[in-house]
Write a protein that binds this ligand. Structure first.
Ligand code: ATP
Length: 499
């Protein structure tokens, strides 16, 4: 009965009021009082709801125990960050020497490289309370709401530090560019107010203050940030958190392999090699997807094949069961053979898989296996790269007399590489500033380069016509050829002709 007490009371109240009215009692004061009580009740409830939700947010953002050892690679970034954090730990020395407190550390780098992990590890390293928020959480339609959220965040961080008896708090703001973008006068006033509030809170941080507050922020668009944020005394420590190199990738894979049953034959080094330009988040995803493939097959351990499929999935997307016609499959096979033959010729041993199984938007693909991480390219290397990209469309032209829409992505890559050549002074235009040359000049050089490379690709592939003709059926039947299988085929079919 008590369970429905509130409902019964709410239902009975109007009945009593109407009854009194019919008895001729003046009910206006009663209704007036009820309205005031009602408003008070609802305001109170809303406030409780809000603080419960901010409590929830704080809880949801509470760090899962994270140390610098749990972060793969990023040795330089970790070292720089630890050095900066020592400012927070050695505050007695800082006070004695009159050093201005470190207020803000900005982590910059591509998505998924471990910036949030770094902030969490920083909180653990300095034994601080950790509060996190994302720039987009402060964006509201109503002017002033974002600013008051910033105020609340700082208040909450200090209150939590006091409650948990800690000397310091780290506030982490992800996507700082959302609120910290350049103020050019044309922006929404709400953004300005939020940013101003953040600057005010930062200016209010003093060495003597307890608990001490350090703000860490992350962005992958540092150039977008307002200079007021970056000036000394604000976010004046900038730490780059880059994509991992091969050694770091192996480290990250090993971290995420912990606690997962791996087969004896697993070669994580090979996976680290194949995952050039993968972020930490993508590598975590590779391990996770490999485990899912193992589960699908009801395998007791994760094998090399599961990992290899997982790399494809993270790179290109899930396998799709698009039914294609025989003609379409043939065209896709010739297209992929075109890429693969050029790749093996210009970079022997570089093909790690030729596949006809559709993944994501691709109907087929060739997976390349970089010999080593490379960050610097010569003119010849870029041209070879363009040849590999154009190999598919040139093969289609050779066998069908024309191209298809399947080369769109390849052309985008080729054009991007031509742009890189131009900006690096590797073309006949010499060292240029794009504003100093006309569009026509750029277009002319672009066309000339692509024409030359296309011709070179065509003459290379023409010499391998026999390989195309004889390996087409094999690829269609097998659907997937490993790098080794493809190389064996190439050698066998090529015997009478020398490339
Ligand atoms: P974003 O810029 O998109 O917010 P981020 O740089 O903050 O990304 P994190 O959120 O720190 O990236 O990383 C996402 C996930 O990727 C982590 O939870 C972790 O599983 C994995 N990860 C990323 N980098 C590393 C790393 N260096 N070592 C181990 N795991 C990593």
């Amino acid at each position: 009965m008590s369970k429905y007490g509130k409902e019964i009371l709410l239902g009975a109240a109007p009945v009593v009021v109407v009854f009194l009215y019919f008895l001729g009692v003046n009910i206006i004061p009663v209704v007036f009082m009820a309205a005031i009580l009602g408003a008070f009740f609802f305001m109170n409830r809303a406030r409780n709801g809000m603080s419960a939700s901010s409590d929830r947010r704080a809880k949801a953002k509470a760090p899962s125990f994270m140390t610098f050892e749990d972060i793969g690679g990023q040795d330089r970034a970790k070292r720089e960050l630890k050095e900066a954090l020592d400012f927070l730990i050695r505050y007695e020395d800082i006070k004695r020497l009159g050093i201005r407190p470190l207020k803000g550390i900005l982590l910059t780098g591509p998505p998924g490289t471990g910036k949030t992990l770094m902030a969490k590890a920083a909180a653990h390293y300095t034994n601080s309370v950790f509060m996190a928020a994302s720039g987009s959480e402060f964006v509201e339609m109503y002017v002033g709401v974002g600013a008051s959220r910033i105020r609340d965040l700082f208040k909450e961080a200090k209150a939590r530090a006091v409650k948990e008896k800690k000397d310091s708090a780290i506030i982490f703001i992800d996507e700082i560019d959302v609120i910290g973008g350049k103020r050019d006068g044309g922006q929404h006033r709400e953004y300005d107010q939020t940013l101003n509030q953040l600057l005010t809170e930062m200016d209010g941080i003093h060495t003597s203050e307890s608990p001490r507050v350090l703000i860490m922020a992350a962005t992958n668009r540092k150039e977008m940030l307002d200079s007021a944020l970056l000036r000394p005394g604000r976010f004046d420590r900038h730490i780059d958190v880059d994509l991992p190199d091969k050694k770091a990738r192996l480290h990250i894979l090993n971290i995420h392999a912990k606690g997962r049953p791996l087969s004896e034959e697993i070669d994580l080094d090979a996976i680290a090699k194949e995952t050039f330009q993968f972020s930490g988040a993508q590598l975590e995803s590779v391990m996770n997807e490999a485990a899912i493939y193992a589960m699908r097959e009801e395998a007791s351990v994760i094998g090399q094949l599961h990992l290899s499929l997982a790399v494809d999935k993270v790179m290109l997307g899930e396998k799709t069961d698009r039914e294609s016609t025989k003609e379409e499959r043939e065209r896709v096979a010739l297209h992929e053979l075109g890429h693969a033959i050029v790749a093996e010729r210009v970079r022997p041993g570089s093909v790690s898989q030729v596949s006809l199984s559709p993944r994501g938007k691709a109907l087929g693909f060739v997976r390349h296996n970089p010999q080593a991480d490379q960050y610097l390219y010569t003119k010849q290397q870029i041209e070879e790269q363009i040849m590999i990209a154009l190999g598919g469309s040139v093969a289609e032209e050779m066998f069908y007399g024309g191209r298809s829409t399947g080369s769109r992505n390849d052309f985008e890559q080729a054009l991007q590489m031509v742009r890189t050549m131009m900006d690096s002074g590797l073309t006949r235009l010499g060292i240029i500033d794009r504003n100093m040359v006309t569009k026509q000049e750029l277009m002319k050089e672009n066309t000339a380069i692509l024409e030359e490379v296309t011709n070179a690709t065509r003459s290379l592939l023409e010499r391998h016509r026999r390989v195309f003709e004889q390996s087409l059926d094999i690829l269609i039947a097998e659907e997937v050829l490993s790098g080794e299988q493809f190389r064996e085929l190439l050698v066998r079919l090529e015997q009478p002709q020398i490339a």
